[in-house]
Design a protein around this ligand. Structure first.
Ligand code: F6R
Length: 614
């Protein structure tokens, strides 16, 4: 969704803000803008439709001045992407400027009341309503900016993170959050503010994560103060940031997505580091062991997630049932939260989220906790809202994922799920020791298997060229690789804008087979597993109808090789870990097709990396 940056200190704010916006551009890229208080005390706003580069082109010749400012990159919710709807929004008098991430659900009611009190509006946004509401409260109650923000936010229904600056108040930024992230970087006599830590890391590693319902007063001359909306002062808890700048750069790759695909042998190593004892061969997820009874006695395990994380959860469900013998379910967080689901106190709910900020997943966590369930998080971003809202958890440790299409997070999530299932299964004694050892060995073999599979990058690139002009694709898989098929299809559609469907291979004949003709490529995952023979039959059914087959096969496969039009060979590891291996060529295929089509791979249209609104 949108990204917020802020700075107050002794540097020129403009370069800090623009650099920060570039770092956050993966969150939203419909429009961008910034507000600065210049040395004469004027509050200036610069904003335009388009990307951060468009903003820079527009603003740089005006030589913006000031050592305090706020900035924003937008993912439109209310009002089309245009200059007027871009943030920051001024209040009517131009005394207050505000940037906002989230949605103000009751903005119609607030707007109507403000119009009755003489306010008019220049944009279609909910954000401008809040800017005016703060100004209205400040004037009618003759109160401080902090009090005005507190009072205004008490009238607001919705989810938001905001930053506010005011003319005549050149030392202070007010920031607040409710269900939308906000991090404050604490430097020497300077403060940074952002939706996530990526714009902050090059200046300081000391950060404060605002909690829901908190307001920060960030004043260059004073200590950082944090209050609740009811003006109770909160403790300021400074944490160390675990991130480096090199993780935020492309490192010679043409896109973040390609870098992140190629990083996977290393990210798997980071993910399993310290969790597998090389001598005993035992796997330990400390967050599971610390809550052993909850997992061992779980009546049911429910995964809640969205998008790619939901696909990874389908593999988690399979693993939990296979080796832990605990009933498992996977829920779309957005459906779960509104469905009045049956949740027992002895259920374990696992929330899976790369960003740790997805609004629906966070709401599902809160719902599950309110029913007394034990909630475990599998997140990537350290200190994220879901990581903090859950009872315990395990990070996937794959480093910042900047490409909007999730790649290394998916394989990291599946790896953590395998380690979680092994930890629980051993405690429950529900897994055959030979199977346990085979999966552990599979985890240890993964980095070299992924290095092997990445060697076919060039071959996948050639294949992508052949299929760039296909208008539809079907992806088929079974068992552990049914979710891989779903994930492959999602990757293709989100970055190339080609329609693609993932399907369990045997379900084809119950409908989708009607789509097959010689213009419909079908990608089939046909690696050795329990259903290999059945998948072979499914391939024949497609061939019999003139369909084109691209098969993902084991290197020594001879059967499917004879039937398929094109083959992608992958190394074989134990069955439950094959989705990790198979997903790599599918990520590469989507990537190269999108590149051939000239798509904006890292920032595909309409998408944002972190979906912090419903
Ligand atoms: C797809 C993708 C999205 C996310 C989804 C959940 O490539 O990135 O489908 O997986 O928005 O995001 P997280 O995992 O951050 O909760």
């Amino acid at each position: 969704m949108c990204g917020i940056v802020g700075y107050v200190g002794n540097r020129d704010a403009y370069p800090v803000l623009v650099k920060g916006l570039y770092r956050l551009e993966y969150r939203g890229y419909d429009s961008a803008g910034l507000a600065l208080i210049d040395p004469s005390g004027n509050l200036n706003v610069y904003k335009c439709k388009g990307k951060v580069a468009d903003l820079e082109k527009y603003v740089a010749p005006m030589d913006p001045q000031g050592q305090i400012g706020i900035a924003h990159t937008r993912w439109a919710t209310h009002g089309v992407p245009n200059d007027a709807n871009a943030h920051p929004h001024f209040s009517q008098s131009h005394d207050i400027a505000l940037v906002h991430n989230g949605i103000i659900e009751n903005y119609h009611v607030l707007k109507a009341a403000l119009i009755e009190n003489g306010y008019s509006f220049r944009s279609d946004t909910d954000t401008e309503v809040l800017a005016n509401l703060i100004e209205y409260v400040r004037r009618t109650n003759d109160c401080s900016l902090l009090e005005a923000v507190q009072s205004a936010l008490k009238q607001v229904i919705g989810a938001y993170a905001i930053a506010v600056v005011e003319k005549g108040n050149p030392d202070e930024i007010i920031a607040a959050r409710k269900s939308s992230p906000m991090v404050i970087g604490v430097g020497e006599g300077e403060f940074f503010l952002a939706s996530d830590a990526t714009p902050i890391v090059e200046y300081t590693d000391r950060v404060v994560y605002l909690n829901d319902g908190e307001i920060a007063v960030i004043n260059r001359n004073k200590e950082l103060k944090v209050f609740t909306f009811d003006n109770q002062e909160s403790r300021v808890d400074i944490k160390r940031l675990q991130m480096s700048i090199s993780q935020l750069e492309k490192g010679g790759y043409s896109h973040f997505m390609l870098k992140e695909i190629h990083q996977q042998p290393e990210t798997i190593v980071d993910c399993i580091r310290g969790r597998i004892n090389s001598e005993s061969g035992l796997v330990t997820l400390s967050g599971v062991i610390a809550n052993r009874e909850k997992f061992v006695n779980a009546r049911r395990i429910i995964f809640v997630a969205c998008g790619t994380s939901w696909h990874a959860s389908l593999i988690g469900e399979h693993l939990i049932e296979d080796i832990c013998r605990i009933p498992a379910e996977v829920e779309y967080a957005s459906e779960f939260r509104y469905r009045n689901p049956v949740i027992h106190p002895d259920d374990v709910v696992i929330a899976v989220s790369q960003s740790g900020e997805t609004a629906d997943t966070l709401a599902a966590v809160e719902l599950a906790r309110s029913h007394g369930a034990f909630v475990f998080g599998i997140c990537n971003v350290i200190g994220s809202s879901i990581a903090r809202a859950t009872d315990s958890g395990a990070y996937i440790h794959v480093g910042p994922e900047i490409g909007v299409a999730s790649t290394k997070a998916f394989t990291g999530q599946v790896t953590v799920m395998a380690m979680l299932a092994l930890t629980v299964a051993r405690e429950r004694e529900s897994v055959d020791p030979a199977v346990y050892t085979e999966i552990v060995n599979g985890l240890l073999e993964l980095p070299s298997a992924l290095n092997e599979v990445l060697k076919i990058d060039g071959q996948i690139k050639d294949l992508a060229k052949i299929f760039t002009y296909a208008r539809n694709f079907i992806y088929l898989g079974r068992g552990y690789n049914y979710p891989t098929a779903l994930e492959g299809a999602l990757k293709l559609k989100e970055i190339s804008y080609i329609h693609a469907e993932g399907y369990p291979a045997a379900e084809m004949k119950h409908g989708p087979i009607a789509l097959i003709d010689n213009e419909m490529p079908t990608i089939v995952v046909a690696v050795p597993d329990k259903t290999y023979e059945k998948t072979v039959s499914n391939i024949q059914e497609i061939k019999a109808r003139g369909g084109k087959i691209i098969a993902v096969i084991a290197r020594d496969d001879t059967t499917v090789r004879r039937m398929a039009d094109y083959c992608i060979e992958v190394p074989v590891v134990t069955e439950c870990l094959m989705p990790i291996v198979v997903s790599i060529p599918l990520q590469l295929l989507a990537y190269y097709i999108a590149v051939y089509k000239g798509r904006d791979v890292d920032q595909p249209r309409n998408l944002a990396k972190s979906v912090t609104v419903e």
